[in-house]
Design a protein around this ligand. Sequence first.
Ligand code: UDP
Length: 469
Amino acid sequence: MQTTKPHAALLASPGMGHFIPVLELGKRLVSEHGFNATVFVVTTDTSLSQSQLLKKSHPIPKLLDIVLLPPVDISTLINPTTGILAQLAIMMRQALPSLRQAISAMKFCPTALIVDIFGTEAFAISEELNMLKYVFITSTAWFLALTIHLPTLDAKVVEEEHVRNHEPLMIPGCSSVRFEDTFEPVLDRNNQMYIEYIRMGVQMPTADGILVNTWQDLEPKTLGALGDKRKLGWVAQAPVYAVGPLVRPVKPGSSSDVLGWLDMQPQQSVVYVSFGSGGTLSAKQTTELAWGLELSEQRFIWVVRPPVEDDAAAAIFKTGHRSDNTPDFLPDGFLTRNQKKGLVVPMWAPQTEILSHPSVGGFLSHCGWNSTLESIVNGLPMIAWPLYAEQGMNATMLTEDIGVAVRLKSTPPVVVSREEIETTIRQVMEDKGDAIRARAKTLKSSAEKALSKGGSSYNSLSYVANDCE
Ligand code: UDP
């Protein structure tokens, strides 16, 4: 039995980068499209506290419920070489029985199930319970195009041309993916990550629709190819809806030491440095970044995590502080020398509040898609420093296609030197800043237009809502 209001069950995989956009999609369905919504979050012991924190710290509309599913334990199902994509796929698989139980126990069966990319195996539950099924890609349309096109390519193209000979991967009607930007699971066809990724690419087009956290004017060419039967439409099958940018709003009236510090800085003078919810650098790279920031002579906020390395030398960095309270893994005297210009924030910062503050003038980012969108909606130029996953593709799009970033030339595992960091920060904050800031401001308006009533993303979500009625 169903209520008269459409009810969406949304499924988010572990990690803030997935939970945040899925939650924002749920909120938008409730506040603008007449839905009730329940967001189910797959948790692990470590992700549980983050999800609880976010759940508490953000206003949740009355018609939206958040259900944290019991933590899954996959320790016996993986080995030290199991990549993160395969781990997430396994976690989602383990969570399916609790999801099925939770949905079956609801008074009214939801009209639709919307899963993120790691949750496509839950389509079996929506089929069993007679619900519509959608997938929500929390990244770009270009990444979606790669994901659904890859399973159609044969071994020669992927293994020989791309992986061995470093030729770009061609996607009909879209920009090709250069080898340097390639996505790890593509690199080894025998790896479990490849197998899981291909499965997702095959399952996604069987959905009733594919939602993407982008908007028409940001990726017109790729979205055109996804809707064109002669190009990618034949693999997409399911209609593709660009519904973004869905980003976490600034919490009204929020205050913190960081925001207080920002209040005292001149307009557009601060570069914000962060590598997402989990990005870490090596000890050597952390040192180079510290010096690069200092040499750039710009004001900065740096969200710092201890370097992650196995060797004993790195392990001692994690333990203590120097006499001026500078953590061991930063150069001696770093905090004292930079106390007027910089703020070091350990582990986690109120990112959306920081990015919307008028004193911030640029964002040095790993180019995770949420961070990228949060930067664009605030009209900020970026310094692109991709680390892993599809971040290389995002960085290429930001620099070569939409022109809102300057990219650091070295890519991991090559250590980016302090001189390169210094010069690139100066370029964005001083020399080139005005041109790319102007472009970023244009995109900011285009994003606002897409989301407003009658805009392209608003309309896309209305089509989904109509189907669910
Ligand atoms: N985030 C935050 N504070 C931090 C680090 C990250 O609020 O100190 C949020 C950020 O605003 C974004 C998300 O966590 O919404 C990170 O998602 P993204 O896609 O950028 O990167 P990921 O963490 O998935 O690599």
